[in-house]
Design a protein around this ligand. Structure first.
Ligand SMILES: NC(=O)C1=CN([C@@H]2O[C@H](COP(=O)(O)OP(=O)(O)OC[C@H]3O[C@@H](n4cnc5c(N)ncnc54)[C@H](OP(=O)(O)O)[C@@H]3O)[C@@H](O)[C@H]2O)C=CC1
Ligand SMILES: O=C(CO)COP(=O)(O)O
Length: 302
């Protein structure tokens, strides 16, 4: 396959390397690289977006100006929300309604995939044929690829877990222990399912690789940038200090405030997100956020 990879950060270079090792012809585009976007797109059969959320709308405009080859499969890997709480694939869908669209998402820390450690992921699309083609394209002995028809659920699992991963980092920095971490991850999953099903995703999807799978990876690995942000907050550092030293993108920082604002407007309960937001905004210290979560009104687990 001829693959254009947009975004030469951690994930873009990793997927480009994986695709090259599988004998695809790969061209990697970055805004500072030597290749023009029009040349990279010219005869691409697959266009893989590995951009941070803040770059997606601008690059879509550039792709529209450069021209997207008819029939090329668009693959979104961005795990973020725009200011209006839309996940990235919805921006691609609005700009290119006639092109097949696939979301690739799962527990896939780039450094581990790059090192050739075994990993699994999910490719989801309204077009089973497009999902199967992308499955074939990226599957290897070290990277197992499943398909799903719940494109929204697969994407939202990857987007929403970032906020819980920030909370998990805080929990570990405070030394709160394994019981607290398990409670956080489990109630985080309940929060993700509440938001995801509100937006129309299927609840079962969140128990799969792109939901629970990615939540476990991101909440338990210091390789995760979102976890690193939380760990820094738990150590009492300011967000600006943490971000100044962070290598790469932590999408959960923006996702938390966008989600908290949205949830407030539609009266959806997102207590973990609310506390993460308050911590990110420097509004309260971690121990006060913890106390707020522990002293909520007593309720049924469901
Ligand atoms: N890293 C990972 O483990 C995984 C990441 N993801 C998701 O993939 C997305 C990208 O993450 P990741 O690769 O880690 O991010 P990085 O921060 O490593 O890289 C982002 C890349 O995007 C480029 N970029 C930034 N702004 C623009 C812009 N306005 N126009 C064009 N290019 C731009 C950067 O270019 P420049 O260097 O010039 O600034 C950089 O090459 C995120 O949504 C993330 O959640 C998904 C799965 C795994
Ligand atoms: O999404 C990821 C792993 O699946 C990467 O997580 P971070 O963005 O927190 O590094």
């Amino acid at each position: 396959m001829r693959i254009a990879v947009l975004g030469a950060g951690s994930w873009g270079t990793t997927l480009a390397q994986l695709a090259t090792s599988l004998d695809h012809r790969v061209q990697l585009w970055s805004r500072t690289g030597p290749l023009a976007l029009s040349a990279v797109l010219a005869d691409a059969q697959v266009v893989l977006s590995c951009l941070p959320m803040r770059a997606v709308a601008g690059v879509i405009e550039q792709v529209a100006a450069a021209g997207l080859p008819p029939g090329a499969i668009l693959v979104n890997t961005t795990k973020g929300l725009d200011a209006t709480a839309r996940p990235a694939s919805q921006l691609w869908r609005s700009a290119f309604p006639d092109w097949p669209l696939v979301v690739l998402s799962g527990p896939n820390l780039a450094a581990e995939v790059r090192a050739g450690l075994p990993a699994a992921t999910v490719v989801a699309s309204a077009s089973p044929e497009a999902a199967r083609r992308i499955q074939q394209c990226f599957a290897s002995e070290r990277f197992r690829v499943y398909t799903s028809g719940d494109q929204l659920g697969v994407e939202l699992g990857g987007v929403l877990k970032n906020v819980v991963a920030i909370a998990a980092g805080v929990s570990d920095a405070l030394g709160l222990g394994a019981n607290a971490k398990a409670a956080l991850i489990t109630r985080g999953l309940a929060e993700i399912i509440r938001v995801g099903t509100h937006w129309g995703a299927q609840a079962e999807t969140f128990y799969g690789l792109s939901g629970l799978g990615d939540l476990l990876t991101t909440c338990n690995s210091a390789l995760s940038r979102n976890y690193q942000v939380g760990f820094g907050l738990g150590e009492g550092r300011t967000l600006s200090d943490i971000l100044a030293q962070l290598v790469g993108t932590a999408e959960g920082v923006n996702t938390a405030s966008i989600l908290a604002d949205y949830a407030r407007r539609v009266d959806l309960e997102v207590p973990i997100t609310d506390q993460v937001c308050a911590l990110l905004g420097g509004e309260r210290p971690p121990q006060v956020a913890l106390a707020a979560l522990m002293s909520r009104r007593l309720k049924d687990e469901s």
